[in-house]
Design a protein. Structure first.
Length: 194
């Protein structure tokens, strides 16, 4: 994936940098190899290497080597860790948080963020998204899905609205809602949709 200018957090150099930082800052206990970090940012290792080197040199990130592997993690003791994490949560957190929460829910075939947040994430300009719209395709337990929406809203700091539909409806070409959703940007939230 090509690195593009960040729209949801325009103070960052690129969306690649935002996705990379989201992988590390939103779960500060995680330690990732350069390969895993590049995979999560959806780019090749050389694309993120310069950012990683700069952020390690500035002590925003820490690294260590085990054999030939270089492991990267957030530096939680950096004075700007909390504000930087807040910026990253604002612009990149919804996709990371929702992907993580949805991984624990059974009977979901696919899930996407759609609406204004997905449009901003794809680079389309417009007003700041007030909420996060999520489409869940499958037969997950409704109470579990609603509990997930409440938890995601608390973690993200914006209201998360989940619309669950059956796979048959998603496959329908005659449904106006589905046609509209499919014609606009979608941010995949399940591993097999990426």
């Amino acid at each position: 994936m090509k690195s593009s200018a960040a729209v949801l957090s325009p103070i960052l150099r690129s969306d690649t940098q935002g996705r990379m930082l989201a992988s590390l800052l939103l779960d500060p206990e995680v330690e990732l190899t350069l390969t895993e970090l590049a995979r999560r940012a959806n780019v090749a290792v050389p694309t993120i290497l310069r950012d990683v080197d700069r952020l390690v040199a500035g002590e925003y990130l820490r690294d260590r080597r085990i054999g030939r592997s270089r492991l990267i993690r957030a530096n939680t003791s950096h004075p700007l860790f909390a504000p930087l994490r807040q910026i990253i949560m604002y612009g990149y957190g919804p996709a990371v948080v929702l992907t993580t929460l949805l991984a624990d829910v059974s009977y979901i075939d696919a899930a996407y963020i759609y609406g204004s947040w997905a449009e901003r994430s794809s680079g389309k300009s417009g007003h700041d998204p007030e909420d996060i719209d999520v489409l869940v395709i499958g037969h997950a337990d409704q109470s579990e899905v609603y509990a997930l929406a409440r938890k995601a809203s608390q973690l993200i700091g914006k209201e998360v609205n989940i619309n669950q539909i059956a796979p048959e409806r998603w496959a329908s070409a005659d449904d106006g809602f589905i046609t509209t959703v499919r014609s606009r940007p979608l941010v995949p939230l399940t591993a097999h949709d990426r």
